[in-house]
Design a binder for this molecule. Structure first.
Ligand code: NAD
Ligand code: DAU
Length: 332
């Protein structure tokens, strides 16, 4: 299969491309990525010489860039390209609407013209927060942040293309991912690298918010299954069933790195902070998927990866990210 992957230089996209090249020796991948602050070609340094991997720098919002990528003749497109950080969407929503909604629309248009399968990488955040139980694919969309609202807008556009034009499209909605190559603005790599630098970790509010942690490799297997076996027009949730409060997560990280509670700085809560996300992934499990990585093992391996790959994250943290960090957290 010839796969057009957008946003493949980000965290999940790069892990997914590596997964496809390893698991499907007949597949070829074209990666269309704008290389925003979150896109890093170093995430794919080990595959850049592969004859089955091509990179094209371009913006999913630009019709010419998208047309150029589609002229390669893909059999399917997997859309990871997005602005992804909730906090940044709260301080500046516009780029989220542009990339996550308009970018998806541009890709849908080309997929419709070429008549190829479209896999939209969505998120459990489109359902909003849930105190008890889990959302199914039939639950209403109640996004609470500008990021989640933009992703929900994209999902609705995808749905409209299946109904209006009969586009062969599938949506996956996963819970919080963690693992190697995650940009250090997200809580796990931020806390791990802060501790490795001898800094404190900024915990929002009282730390009681809950997230369901999915190892990125498990998500990549789920995405791959939905791409190849998902039914047209369907949505598949991908959750790990490994819920932790932020305080439990923080203590697990402190424990692995031998740090104490004095390394935790309680900071002002996120505006509109969703209390808990939880999705029911029975539908994908019925296709044969289940998560393999136990959270404690996955977290330990992830911490080890950041320990061994300071050459990857140190330039990020001392570059443009430093200004963002200082404005947001001050001298923590
Ligand atoms: P990321 O922020 O690490 O990477 C995003 C990538 O998209 C970067 O390579 C960036 O350069 C690229 N990009 C951004 N704007 C672009 C544009 N206009 N044109 C082309 N490329 C552009 O993101 P991630 O965490 O890997 O998330 C990937 C996808 O998965 C997103 O759609 C996100 O909504 C979804 N998702 C993420 C998680 C998670 O826990 N990280 C969970 C569920 C769903
Ligand atoms: O649920 C899937 C979503 O998970 C994805 O769609 C998003 O792209 C991804 O960024 C992630 O969103 P979250 O907001 O859940 O992830 P984040 O790592 O930003 O925060 C996780 C939790 O940790 C959340 O409850 C807020 C808290 N947190 C976060 C940061 C950055 C802190 O306590 N301190 C922090 O400094």
């Amino acid at each position: 299969m010839r796969l057009l992957v957008t946003g493949g230089c980000g965290f999940i996209g790069s892990n997914f491309i590596r997964h496809v090249l390893e698991e499907h020796p007949e597949d070829e991948v074209l990666n269309l990525d704008k290389l925003t602050y979150a896109g890093n070609p170093a995430n794919l340094a080990d595959v850049e010489d592969s004859p089955r991997y091509l990179f094209h720098k371009g913006d999913v919002c630009e019709a010419d860039d998208v047309a150029m990528a589609f002229s390669w003749g893909p059999d399917a497109v997997v859309n990871f390209a997005a602005e992804t950080h909730v906090d940044r969407s709260i301080s500046g929503p516009e780029t989220f609407v542009r990339t996550d909604v308009l970018g998806t629309c541009r890709l849908l248009e080309q997929a419709r013209e070429k008549g190829i399968r479209f896999l939209q990488i969505s998120t459990d955040e489109v359902y909003g927060s849930i105190r008890e139980g889990s959302f199914t694919e039939k639950s209403p969309l109640q996004p609470n942040s500008p990021y989640a609202a933009s992703k929900a807008g994209a999902d609705l556009l995808v749905r409209s293309y299946t109904r209006t034009y009969g586009l062969d499209a599938v949506i996956v909605r996963s819970s919080n991912n963690y693992g190697p190559f995650q940009y250090p603005e997200k809580v796990i790599p931020l806390f791990v690298t802060n501790l490795l630098e001898g800094r404190k970790v900024p915990l929002y509010g009282d730390g009681s918010n809950v997230r369901d942690w999915l190892y990125v490799g498990d998500n990549c297997r789920g995405i791959d299954l939905a791409l190849r076996s998902g039914l047209s027009g369907e949505i598949y949730n991908i959750g790990a069933g490994q819920e932790k409060t932020n305080l439990e997560l923080t203590r697990a990280i402190l424990d692995i790195l031998g740090a104490g509670e004095e390394s935790v700085e309680r900071v002002r809560d996120r505006l509109g902070h969703d209390f808990r996300y939880s999705v029911d992934s029975t539908k994908l499990r019925e296709l044969g998927w289940s998560p393999r990585r136990d959270f404690e093992d996955g977290l330990r391996e992830t911490v080890q990866w950041y320990r061994e790959n300071a050459a990857w994250w140190e330039p990020i943290k001392s570059g443009e990210f430093r200004r963002y960090y200082m404005e947001k957290y001050g001298d923590i």
